[in-house]
Design a protein around this ligand. Structure first.
Ligand code: RIB
Ligand code: CA
Length: 315
């Protein structure tokens, strides 16, 4: 099987950065056609810049980066500087990007690529709020039947919320967009907090990144050192969850992960539980399954894959 053609939709964010690096380190399994930035962890002006910084860190200035939507479909933007720092990539000192942002809007890049490429050959990998994906579906509904699959990070069930007691950040920021995407009928794989909270960067695992002694390995270790302090304070955990790299690792080796085909609906009305992913894990409704909802992973396999692949990026 040739490399899977994907578009990464992202709000970097340290964990987004690691997910992008993993994808770019794996050209046999993954061909990144482009990266579309969305407002999320930090405003769009920073997420698009961070995406360009990460492509250069990976030694891939050829990857086109597009700016997408700068706010949710209907609601006010909520950002997460308290987790990711004011730049969104706090931790390492990384140079200003030289590569230019593409002129085209990210939503139009998604639409044009899916219409131009053969049907069922393009997968979308959203790592942030689903505003760009939903906007593309609203603008050009014809893309729905042509998308191969969506593999996204978002939501939670047993782990409940990380931005409110009920909701995970990516879904909470734009619940209306999430509802459109989850109801579109597209083949979906969802990496919720239930699995990403088991992808914990322990001291030993972070040291393995540092021991790569490459600019990428050191930068990833420094990003994690910064990023983990939020989860340590909040959950008292000894390590940071690497959320977004679960998406790109799944594309490389899906056997690392396990889950169930279930129905997931998005709460968009209640102010109390806004953005909650109501996951019918136990099949107590007759609602049709619409996602493969991942609940677990082999974390040792995950981290050895991630470390080995990051080690392939330029010295
Ligand atoms: O809740 C975790 C998700 O929100 C991750 O994608 C992180 O980067 C933030 O976007
Ligand atoms: Ca993200």
């Amino acid at each position: 099987m040739g490399a899977q053609k994907i578009i990464i939709d992202t709000d970097p964010g340290q964990d987004d950065a690691v997910a992008i690096l993993l994808a770019l380190a794996s050209p046999v399994e993954i061909e990144v056609l482009g990266i579309t930035a969305v407002a999320g962890n930090v405003p769009l002006s920073l997420t698009e810049k961070n995406a360009r910084i990460v492509c250069e860190l990976a030694g891939r200035p050829d990857i086109p980066v597009y700016a997408g939507c700068d706010r949710p479909l209907k609601r006010k933007l909520v950002t997460a500087e308290h987790v990711h720092g004011k730049t969104g990539l706090d931790g390492p000192e990384l140079p200003e990007p030289k590569i230019k942002l593409q002129e085209k809007h990210g939503v139009d890049f998604i639409i044009d690529t899916i219409l131009q490429e053969p049907k069922n050959t393009i997968s979308l990998c959203p790592l942030g709020p689903l505003t760009n994906i939903a906007s593309a579906i609203l603008k050009q509904p014809k893309i729905v039947s042509r998308i191969k699959k969506i593999v996204l990070m978002g939501g939670a069930y047993f782990e409940v919320g990380n931005i409110t007691p009920a909701a995970e950040f990516n879904i909470f920021v734009d619940p209306d967009a999430a509802k459109i995407v989850f109801e579109a009928g597209i083949d979906m794989v969802v990496m919720p907090l239930d699995v990403t909270h088991k992808a914990l960067v322990t001291e030993k695992r972070n040291e393995a990144f540092r021991q790569l002694k490459s600019p990428v390995g050191i930068a990833v270790a420094e990003m994690t050192d910064f990023f983990e302090r939020f989860d340590k304070e909040k959950y008292g955990s000894s390590a940071a969850p690497l959320h977004d790299p679960c998406v790109t690792a799944y594309l490389i080796d899906p056997k690392i992960f396990s889950g169930k085909n279930i129905n997931v609906e998005i709460e968009t009305k209640s102010e109390l539980t806004l953005g909650m992913t109501v996951a019918d894990w136990w099949g107590v409704t007759d609602r049709k399954a619409n996602t493969f909802f991942v609940g677990d992973l082999d974390s040792d396999k995950f981290f050895s894959l991630l470390t080995e692949r990051l080690g392939r990026l330029p010295i």
